[in-house]
Design a protein around this ligand. Sequence first.
Ligand SMILES: Nc1ncnc2c1ncn2[C@@H]1O[C@H](COP(=O)(O)OP(=O)(O)OP(=O)(O)O)[C@@H](O)[C@H]1O
Length: 592
Amino acid sequence: MSANGDAAAEVTDKMGNASLKNAEAAQRSRDAGWVEPVKYDYDTYNADGKEARDTLDPDAELPTWAANATKYEWKDEYGDVGPVSPELEAVLFGRETRVTEGKYREKLQEIPVTFESEAKIRPITKFQDAGLHPVMMTNIELCGYQLPTPIQAYCLPSILTGHDIIAVAQTGSGKTAAFFIPILSQLMGKAKKLAAPRPFFIGNADFDPIRDGVRAEPLVLVIAPTRELAIQIFDEARRLCYRTMLRPCVVYGGAPTREQLDDLRKGCDILIGTPGRLIDFIDRGHILSLGRVKFTIIDEADEMVSADWVEDMRKILTGGDNNEDSDHIFMMFSATFPKDARTLAKEYMATDHIRIRVGRAGSTHVNVEQNVVFVDEPQKRDALFDLLLSMPPSRTIIFVNNKKAADFLDDYLFNKGLPSTSIHSDRTQREREDALRAFKSGKAPILVATGVSARGLDVKNVMHVVNYDLPSTDHGGIQEYVHRIGRTARIGNKGLATSFFNDKNEDIAEDLVRIFLEAKQPVPDFLEQWKPEDENDLNFNDDSDEEVPEEDATPGATDDAWGGGTSAAAAAPEATPATGDWEPQPESAMAW
Ligand SMILES: Nc1ncnc2c1ncn2[C@@H]1O[C@H](COP(=O)(O)OP(=O)(O)OP(=O)(O)O)[C@@H](O)[C@H]1O
């Protein structure tokens, strides 16, 4: 046999061995209880345009875009509250796919809250005490929210007094509902007066969005950094707007502009979007006007005020026909808020804004058990496979640091018979939505992701987060770590985070050790050298308030974690009259 022949035989042998090994691995995966992986149908799902589609199986079902998800559609004859829709209720509030409160919920309630405001506010202890609209109360009940979380306890009364707000609370602690409940409750019943004219389209077979549609003139604008997060916020809005005239819409890149446009033309009171697509629409003034916006909410605000987004944010907040009246309220929410970001954030806020912080900004939750194991780079793949097989199958997110690595690892796991899929910014939006759907439904309970998915994702029963690659300090660093591991242990559930560490990760070691010590997690020997001298004095640099001018610092506010403010009164909240029954807010409180 020629040398070439030998080489070819060797390659064939290697391939044979590899497939044998993969077959063995697949068998081990089945024995461990993982479901069979399902191949993604790229041809069907990515076929673009009618011609491409015509070549495919006509029965192949294409899922709808998340932006087109069903919502409550109001009819003029409804009066004040719309009738119940059992089918829609099942879709919106079904417990099978939604995160529900876990057994360790009381741990959420124990976290100390720092509240700074010139206004006297008393946190609520029950939703019934917040003076919410009755339809909102019913929707809260349908959501299964029995008690307000700490961030909600403070945000509800604060937002009802009409202040700008910066709110920081740990991952999975209900920040989305913390802003939507009070805002939507205030708008309920007033939507008819405030909203722009609506077209008649329900049941109107002749409805033509171009001919009959209207310009979208939302009252609420929510800006989020990623498409998946925008969709998720939209889902919460669909639930909390149920049976009301308030119509939520979501716009994000990668999905057909035309369909989002047609939806906007049916009327939009609550607009959620990612910056790029929002700007597209703002640039077309006949499609979207921000002139009526009363509430602007910036989610994951520390990310959105960073240099990466500065230009986009400027365009959105000042580039169109924005409502510049003083009654326009701004709010910022995040689980992390480093000092620099806080300083930038203040530029968007009124001087009398309220600051609410649950725990230390950027701390992790005790409900997450955090582990770190030393694994040399070449051993990581095998270590991951062994790790996945060493515990009962459960929804797992594996974070890597780049798109190539995500594809590569997804293929590796898939070839080993594990039910994986992946999500990152090089995948088409169709693929991203399908990946998430497969992950949520359990068809692909292993999701390989880049940092794009670190923030906000709220998926039921994510039991394990693996940092296959730890984030480097110049790409997200410890903040990203906090968001990543926050995909598990949401709202009183427990979860596990495992991070692979080796010499490449030394840059994050010190921050990681501090986070472990703060959360009372065991620090392994190989990280000992990064422990601070005094383990009881964890000086989180970004939690200090050094730039506060001395004359502004209030006594007792020395450990204020806000990056300062002109009059940071570290005030103990005081009483607001709590109404048990719904009473419309006085006009002065509504300010419009
Ligand atoms: N009061 C409540 N009681 C029970 N569950 C709640 C309550 N409020 C919100 N939730 C649920 O908690 C989950 C987490 O909420 P949400 O996604 O708003 O968290 P978050 O604080 O924004 O987290 P992250 O910082 O990771 O984005 C959601 O599934 C939501 O439906």
